[in-house]
Design a protein around this ligand. Sequence first.
Ligand SMILES: C[S@@+](CC[C@H](N)C(=O)[O-])C[C@H]1O[C@@H](n2cnc3c(N)ncnc32)[C@H](O)[C@@H]1O
Length: 409
Amino acid sequence: MRGRGSQPSLQGMLQLPLLEALADHGGRARPRDLYDGLAERVGLDPAARQEVREYENQTTKVFDQQVRWARQTAVSEGLIAGERGVWELTDLGRGKLTRVERGKIVLVYSLDDGLAFLAHAEEAAGAIEPDSLSLIMTSPPYPVVRRDYGRFGLAEWLSWMSGLVGMWKDLLRDDGTLAINLMDVHVPGSPMLSPYVERFTLDAIDRHGMHLAGRMPWHSPTKLASLEWAVKRRVSLKNSVEHVILLSKTPNPSWDTRRLPSEPYADAEGARRRARSAGAAGRRPGGYHMDDAAFAAAGDGAIPSNLLVSGGVGGGGTYARRCREAGLSLHPARFPEALPRRVILLSTEPGQTVYDPMAGSNTTGKVALDLGRRFISSDPVVDYVAGSAFRFDQRSDFRMHADLSRIAV
Ligand SMILES: C[S@@+](CC[C@H](N)C(=O)[O-])C[C@H]1O[C@@H](n2cnc3c(N)ncnc32)[C@H](O)[C@@H]1O
């Protein structure tokens, strides 16, 4: 899961993931069936997961205790009911996870250069003008592979995303880019990885005629290892890289690496020495002759690499504080601002429009606006769209268009 970082309080942060975990279990579960999945969902450090505390001659896992407290608070707020041994989602609890009904699209807030909708991606696509977007950048919900919990599996996820790629292609300008952030998942019950990222990419190319413009591996040094395979059983490496697949509508996307911040040159003197000591008058293995001029600085900085290194999470400060004050849960799977920033700079000009169809806390919209681009965002979860408004509502051009407490779902 993405979007970890220092959070205001573990207990507050646990409420929405706890409700989601219960919903995944069909609305009822025993606490012991929830702890591990929940720890993974909120990106808890494995060491913190194992942390124990002695209390009145009893040893308790600190995290399990926190979850029980979060459940206690949720019980007092009427979100969870049930006995000590079985926890149950109430109607109010389900309401917290409320999604807008299918077929409906609601404009929730706007700015001079931004529009935020409450809608499923399928409906939102129908409301956007064809050939108008320079970039669609999103991080979809991951395929949940445990079919027994009633959420969709890989095959359904792939067919859903394929349909969306078809719709999104029509919305893109001819020089537009589609950037999709995906994380590896394991084959159920196995340390093997699912090749769904490859299947998604091939489908976008083969069925929809998209072009593979690039890949941007995102290395997150703070990313956590799989609890089951890397921590407990030690048969997998920690997978600290997520994927950003960059697809373009035509072979000529409007990319320009000069819009990226300049990066320091690598050690040019060292490279020159290595080339000389390689013999054959600096001839490289490929046969190219590298003379001293090849190492001269051109003045623009190093050629930007496709590797993005960023830990942490976007929009912590004000967004987190305002959500907390309003009693809304923070979005549990935000990506860091560095991710949309690099893609937006690479693929769009100021004034162009960026769309995030699975916007969550609307990190993409915030960064687009910071960079002088326009944004459109949509997400079907009422609380997420409501929370995302806190990123923008201090601006003088912010306008609220819908009372989310009255949205019929
Ligand atoms: C990984 S999160 C995106 C987080 C976002 N990048 C951020 O920084 O806050 C995926 C989002 O997809 C949304 N989602 C789930 N089903 C959807 C659907 N049918 N259409 C659009 N969005 C959906 C979820 O509500 C969730 O907010």
